[in-house]
Design a protein around this ligand. Structure first.
Ligand code: FE2
Length: 365
C-alpha cells in the first residue's frame, strides 16, 4: 500500500467510525475539539507568511501566552527572536513540501528555558502549493534534563576512572591527559564530527586504564624491560577492554582502547590488525600516544626533543602510523596550537610555553 492509498484508507476508517455512531460531521467537530484541547502538544496552524492562524490550549502551558495574544502575529516574533529561527521546520516544510522535524531551546512561561521537539506538516492544495503548515510541538524539557544528568554522571564516572589511573601511576595519569589533548587536536584537524571528538577525548584519557592490572614493579621499573615483562605490559589494551566493554556507554571506547597499540602495517598488538581494519580513533590515539610518550621523561629514559620525535615518527609513516593521521598531527604541531604541558587532577597549571623535548630511546610502554 503506497502512502496515498494509506491516507485514503485512514480517512475511510475515520469516517466509517463517525458514521457508525451517527451525526458524522458533529462527531468530527467534537473529535477535533477534544484532541486539540487535551493533546499534550502545542498545535498551531501557520500561514506561508509565518502568521499564526490557530493555536491550541497547550500553547499557554508551554509558553505562558494566551491565544488572543498570538493570533495573527508572526510565529518567529512570538516564539523566536524577531527573525526566522535557524533550522526553522516551518520554513523547511514550505520549501521542501515534506514533513520536517527539529528540536529547539526556547524561553517558556516565566522565562524558564524549555526544549521542544517540533514537527511541521505542509498541507498542500490542488495546485501543489502549500496552503498552510501544521506545527506540532512537544515539550521535551524533562527528557533533555534527564539526558544532561546522565551525561554528567557518565563524565563523572570517566573522571573517576582517570583519577584511578593517576593514583596508581602518576606518570600514566599525566601522560593520558596530555595524550588526550593531542588526540583531540588531531581529530579536529581531520574535521571529525563533534561526537567523534568527544569519543577521542574519553578514549584518550582512559587508553591506558588496563595498566591498573600490571604489577607496579614493572610499570615503574627504571631499567629496560625483560622480554617476559614487556609481554605482560602488552596485555594492558586487553585488560582495559575487558574493564570497559560491559559498560554500554563505553563499549565503543573499549574497542578503541583495545587497538591503540596496533600498527598501520599490521605489526602492532594485540590483534595485528592493519590499515583501515584499525578504527580511525585508535589510529589517532596511536600517533598522539607515541608523541606524548617519547617527548616526556620516563623513569627509565629521558625525553626526546621535538625535532628528534618528528624525525623518528616520519620514519614510521605508513609503518606504525596511518599517513593521513600523521600528516594531520604535523599540521597541528606546525600551527603550534597544542596546549601547554599541565599538571592535571586539580594540581593547577604549569606556566610557560609548551615543553616539547625529545627522548634518547624510542621504547614506549
Ligand atoms: Fe598504551
Amino acid at each position: 500500500m503506497d502512502s496515498l492509498e494509506q491516507d485514503i484508507y485512514y480517512i475511510d476508517t475515520v469516517l466509517k467510525g463517525f458514521s457508525s455512531v451517527g451525526k458524522p460531521l458533529q462527531n468530527l467537530k467534537t473529535f477535533i475539539h477534544n484532541v486539540l484541547g487535551h493533546i499534550p502538544c502545542e498545535v498551531a496552524i501557520i500561514s506561508p507568511h509565518f502568521e499564526l492562524l490557530m493555536v491550541n490550549k497547550e500553547l499557554g502551558r508551554i509558553t505562558g501566552l494566551k491565544e488572543n495574544m498570538v493570533l495573527g502575529k508572526l510565529c518567529y516574533d512570538v516564539f523566536g527572536s524577531g527573525k526566522p529561527c535557524p533550522n526553522c521546520p516551518v520554513k523547511a516544510a514550505l520549501t521542501t513540501k515534506t514533513v520536517q522535524m527539529n528540536t529547539k531551546k526556547q524561553h517558556g512561561a516565566k522565562r524558564k528555558v524549555v526544549y521542544v521537539e517540533q514537527m511541521a506538516i505542509p498541507v498542500m492544495n490542488e495546485k501543489s502549493g502549500v496552503d498552510y503548515v501544521i506545527e506540532i510541538s512537544r515539550d521535551i524539557t524533562h527528557e533533555v534534563v534527564l539526558e544532561h544528568q546522565n551525561k554528567r554522571l557518565f563524565m563523572q564516572t570517566v573522571t573517576s576512572l582517570a583519577q584511578l589511573i593517576n593514583s596508581r601511576d602518576h606518570s600514566t595519569g599525566e601522560h593520558s591527559a596530555r595524550m588526550r589533548d593531542i588526540a583531540v587536536q588531531i581529530g579536529k584537524e581531520m574535521g571529525l564530527p563533534h561526537e567523534v571528538i568527544e569519543e577521542i577525548a574519553i578514549a584518550g584519557i582512559l587508553h591506558d586504564i588496563g595498566k591498573i592490572g600490571i604489577p607496579e614493579k614493572i610499570l615503574k621499573k627504571p631499567s629496560k624491560l625483560e622480554q617476559h615483562e614487556y609481554q605482560l605490559i602488552q596485555k594492558h589494551p586487553e585488560i582495559g577492554y575487558q574493564a570497559l566493554v560491559n559498560i554500554s556507554e563505553l563499549n565503543r571506547i573499549a574497542e578503541y582502547i583495545l587497538y591503540h597499540h596496533e600498527a598501520y602495517d599490521g605489526q602492532g598488538y594485540p590483534a595485528k590488525k592493519r590499515g583501515n581494519e584499525i578504527p580511525l580513533v585508535s589510529r589517532i590515539l596511536c600517533v598522539a600516544d607515541v608523541y606524548e610518550a617519547i617527548t616526556a621523561d620516563r623513569i627509565y629514559r629521558k625525553a626526546m626533543n621535538s625535532e628528534q620525535a618528528i624525525e623518528l615518527m616520519c620514519k614510521e609513516r605508513g609503518n606504525k602510523f596511518d599517513p593521513a593521521v600523521l600528516d594531520a598531527f604535523f599540521k597541528v604541531l606546525k600551527r603550534g596550537t597544542l596546549p601547554p604541558k599541565r599538571c592535571y587532577f586539580g594540581r593547577g597549571k604549569v606556566s610557560g610555553r609548551p615543553c616539547w623535548r625529545i627522548p634518547t630511546t624510542s621504547q614506549t610502554r
